[in-house]
Design a protein around this ligand. Structure first.
Ligand SMILES: [Cu+2]
Length: 173
């Protein structure tokens, strides 16, 4: 009986926090950019926090909106922004890893679905220790620089010039 109460408490905690967590891994502020069609790769960002005493590793990702979801890193090479697969991502104990514009990002290729601003989609991340963590990825505007529910909610104040799509200048190696 005590075990059941403990399990119930865990379920309730999961429901109330609004944050996806498995063990000591928390994934927050997951967001993606809207897309025109499905031809171009999509991109998603999120933050991973490791509150545990052991390091963990992000081994893979999957989502129904794309056949392939892979962590890439952006880097400057001869003045040109390039990107390459980042491999498994290690999250140190007590540490965090941020996937954000200009750095690490999740590349969504062979997309199955258009990404529409204001909608969201599920993303399941697989960690070596924590197992699978599923988050809801919120879709922001095409030129968004941060999560739609982040610190800047000034959409109305932005001029039309901000609404054209940012050119994807990164090239695959
Ligand atoms: Cu990429």
């Amino acid at each position: 009986m005590r075990l059941i109460v403990a399990l119930l408490a865990i379920v309730i905690t999961f429901t109330l926090t609004g944050v996806a967590l498995a063990g000591d891994i928390k994934v927050k502020h997951a967001w993606a950019r809207a897309s025109i069609g499905t031809e171009r790769p999509g991109v998603a960002y999120f933050m991973i926090y490791n509150d545990g005493a052991e390091s963990d590793r992000l081994l893979g990702a999957k989502t129904p909106v794309a056949e392939r979801a892979m962590v890439h890193e952006s880097l400057m090479k001869n003045g040109v922004m390039k990107m390459r697969p980042a491999g498994d991502i290690e999250i140190a104990p007590g540490g965090k890893v941020m996937l954000e514009p200009g750095g690490l990002h999740l590349m969504l290729t062979f997309r199955q679905k258009k990404l529409v601003e204001g909608e969201s989609f599920p993303l399941t991340l697989t960690f070596e220790q924590a197992g699978e963590v599923t988050v809801d990825v919120k879709i922001a505007g095409m030129a968004a620089k941060m999560a739609p529910n982040g610190h800047h909610e000034h959409h109305e104040n932005h001029g039309q010039q901000e609404h054209h799509q940012e050119k994807h200048q990164e090239h695959h190696e």
